[in-house]
Design a protein around this ligand. Structure first.
Ligand SMILES: [Cu+2]
Length: 198
């Protein structure tokens, strides 16, 4: 089939489709609402695109992989490296492991009104983490590192809940965070993990 024949075939198909669409009776009011809903979708897609391009909005995980079976041997998530760590520039990173049925470490102290970077990994199955009153809500997929940056505006006790069904003990899977006033918080004396990623 040469290109002209192909072109005329598709033109005919396009004309037929247009005719069929025009033959459908759509009430003028309905037509208006279709236009409005399409405009709303277009507006939302535009906002998301602009946000993604200019504000660097990404899904929480940057597709960083890790071997869940050897977390205890992995330098970054070895037991002694878990919890709150402060690097030379004062950036605070919190490394936590989710496993049936708890978050480890069980308890951490963090300062209020400070940018905190949480790095989560799962040692077994799919878990989720949710801290009410914050933007912390992410899946913890085995084999991947989930990174979320958040700030606690006020001191207080915050629960950490698992929000992905992970087994019979799922409803007991929770820990808590003590958020301490910025001036009262003391940074833990730990050597920062070098971030040995696999
Ligand atoms: Cu769970």
């Amino acid at each position: 089939m040469n290109t002209d024949a192909l072109k005329s075939k598709y033109e005919k198909l396009w004309r037929d489709t247009c005719e069929k669409v025009h033959a459908i009776h759509v009430d003028p009011l309905e037509r208006k609402w279709i236009a409005i809903s399409l405009l709303v979708i277009a507006l939302l897609v535009t906002i998301i695109t602009i946000d993604a391009l200019f504000h660097g909005i990404n899904p929480p995980s940057k597709v960083e992989t890790i071997d869940s079976a050897s977390l205890h041997l992995n330098k970054e998530f070895a037991e002694e490296n878990l919890g709150v760590q402060v690097d030379d520039k004062g950036n605070i990173t919190i490394r936590m492991v989710a496993g049936r049925y708890s978050f480890f470490p069980k308890h951490i102290d963090v300062p209020a009104e400070t940018k905190l970077t949480f790095r989560w990994v799962s040692m077994d199955v799919l878990h989720g983490v949710h801290i009410p009153m914050t933007n912390m809500s992410t899946m913890i997929v085995p084999g991947y590192v989930a990174e979320v940056t958040t700030t606690f505006p006020k001191p207080g006790e915050y629960p950490i809940l698992c929000n992905e069904y992970c087994g019979l003990g799922h409803n007991h899977m929770w820990s808590n965070i003590s958020v301490i006033a910025k001036e009262d918080w003391k940074s833990p004396l730990k050597t920062p993990a070098t971030g040995d990623k696999q």
